[in-house]
Design a protein around this ligand. Structure first.
Ligand code: DGJ
Length: 532
């Protein structure tokens, strides 16, 4: 029982092990301010539980953890862990330290006030603060990724947090992962413009980084590969990387900083550690999105600088959900989504992430509001689109809960198929029809609503478990030698303690011409037989 949560990579798939057993985090992230009150959180746990979640992603903020330098208050940390245990749920803590959304608003007062000791980034020469002209004129300031004093202070606070988690949780494993900082990088400029930054930027690129980048061009996004191969073989950042130099410079120093914080924490208690990404919209330039943050574009720099980081997690609010998921899994990294919308595609995306991408974590953001009409800022964040009403509607809580409970019940089965072709999924958001071909049978699906989805797991020869929602299914032979097909068994039910519990057995009107329609989320056991 004493094995610390860890990530195991086996047969090309990475899974989170908790108490030595694989686990999928069917999770939810709470709003930024919820965890500042244990009393407020009581209802949030109940809501998360109702949604079938087994884990919550919860901010721990530097300002409340260390209100005075060297004086730590663990009331919230200990209280949240106690609440999670009472609700039989797990926690991923989110460390809001130096950075939260590319700003430093969660740094304690004693850090914010001391501009000399804890230097701010200069967005323009001599400017610690500015209004972002290209970003709704919002006021902006951030601590500098070059300030060693801030890095040491943040690392010390994070180490104290991890030591406390070890103290109260190393026998229980309620906390299974920790996110280090939140959406790092800097806005308004592609790099710090202080004198110190200029000196470093116009000095030679560290030779170990340059060598690593040249050896790892295969996995790079095209613009970084071109920059690495196209620039001078040796020289300063601009000479070596041209137009990409400023973002690469910021990535190098941000990743080193975050790694120092993560390593200090791991020294106390080595839980898996993640970083989340504020994504770069297609065609946007660094500074319009946080420059130097851990996006796929600069992954090779982060991987070189941050060996203590285990997971790179996209916060997916942009519309191209599948494209982003593919980008963040193409290097063989596990899918860990800490934030995504609670609009009405939330449930079908959950099925897709688990079934098709064998995700480690799927976690909509702001679960307190799931089921409530979306407000204006959520509409903007979620990419509201009148031509797709599903984007403007909140996820139905009952549906989300049913799907999560069914997934949770079959977790061992799902995990036994992770990394194989015997587990797949598709969703009505991305296609109106899908076909799955396995064991000489074809399972054709038409989605009766765009919010529909389907996950299929091959149990044994021509026997499947299918989790379907808003889907019409048709079972056909896929083999010319055996064109006939019978449905030997079609039933719905659920797994309880790993054992299948049948509810209805379907036949007659419900399966005319080998079809079945799933209006509500339903888990089916299907046994087919092909013959000639
Ligand atoms: C992304 C951040 O990581 C979250 O903390 C939150 O601020 C959302 N954006 C916006 O609601």
């Amino acid at each position: 029982m004493n094995a610390i949560p860890t990530i195991e990579k086996k047969g090309g798939v990475s899974t989170l092990l908790v108490d030595g057993k694989p686990m999928i985090l069917l999770a939810g992230e709470v709003h930024n301010s919820s965890t500042s009150s244990l009393e407020y959180m009581e209802d949030v746990w109940t809501h998360g539980k109702k949604l079938g979640m087994n884990c919550l992603l919860l901010p721990i903020t530097w300002e409340l953890l260390e209100p005075e330098e060297g004086h730590f208050d663990f009331t919230l940390v200990d209280g949240l862990i106690g609440q999670a245990r009472a609700h039989d749920m797990k926690i991923v803590f989110l460390w809001f330290g130096t950075w939260k959304n590319a700003q430093s608003t969660y740094a304690p007062e004693w850090v914010k006030r001391d501009l000399k000791r804890f230097r701010r980034a200069q967005l323009e020469k001599g400017q610690n603060f500015m209004l972002m002209k290209k970003f709704h004129n919002l006021a902006y300031s951030t601590l500098s990724y070059l300030c060693e004093e801030t890095m040491r202070a943040d690392a010390a606070a994070f180490a104290a947090l991890m030591a406390e988690i070890r103290r109260i949780d190393s026998d229980y494993h309620t906390v299974v992962c920790v996110q280090v900082e939140n959406e790092t990088g800097m806005m308004a400029a592609a790099r710090d413009h202080s004198d110190e930054a200029d000196t470093l930027f116009y000095s030679k690129v560290p030779s170990d980084l340059a060598a690593y980048l040249r050896e790892n061009t295969d996995t790079m996004v095209p613009e970084i590969r071109e920059a690495v191969l196209g620039g001078q073989a040796d020289g300063n950042w601009e000479e070596m990387f041209g137009a990409q130099a400023e973002e690469m410079f910021s990535a190098y120093y941000t990743a080193r900083y975050v790694n120092t914080v993560a390593a200090a924490g791991k020294q106390e208690y080595p839980l898996p550690m993640s970083v989340n990404c504020w994504l770069n919209r297609e065609g946007a330039i660094a500074g319009i999105y946080p420059s130097g943050g851990p996006i796929s574009k600069v992954r090779e720099i982060w991987r070189f600088c941050a060996p203590s980081i285990d997971l790179y997690s996209p916060d997916i609010y942009l519309p191209d959900f599948q494209g982003i998921v593919s980008e963040y899994t193409r290097r063989g990294e596990p899918l860990f989504i800490p934030e995504c919308p609670t609009h009405s595609y939330a449930a079908s995306r959950n099925l897709l992430c688990v079934g098709k991408y064998h995700a480690m974590c799927y976690s909509p953001f702001g679960i307190e509001d799931m089921g409530q009409p979306l407000n204006a800022s959520q509409m903007a964040l979620f990419g509201a689109d009148p031509s797709d009403p599903a984007l403007n509607k909140s996820q139905d809580v009952e549906t989300y809960s049913q799907i999560n409970h069914l997934l949770d019940g079959m977790m061992d089965k799902l995990l036994s198929k992770y990394g194989t072709t015997e587990l797949d999924a598709a969703s009505g958001e991305f296609e109106s029809e899908s076909s799955f071909h396995m064991d000489g049978v074809k399972i054709k699906v038409k989605y009766t609503e765009k919010e529909g989805g389907l996950l299929i797991l091959r149990e044994s020869m021509q026997e499947f478990y299918i989790l379907a929602h808003h889907a019409w299914l048709n079972f056909q032979s896929d083999s010319p030698e055996k064109p006939g097909i019978d449905i030997l068994a079609l039933e719905d039910g659920q797994f309880v303690d790993g054992v299948w519990h049948r509810r209805r057995r379907f036949n007659g009107d419900e399966i005319v011409s080998n079809t079945f329609t799933a209006d509500e989320p339903v888990l089916l056991r299907v046994k087919l037989f092909t013959y000639c």
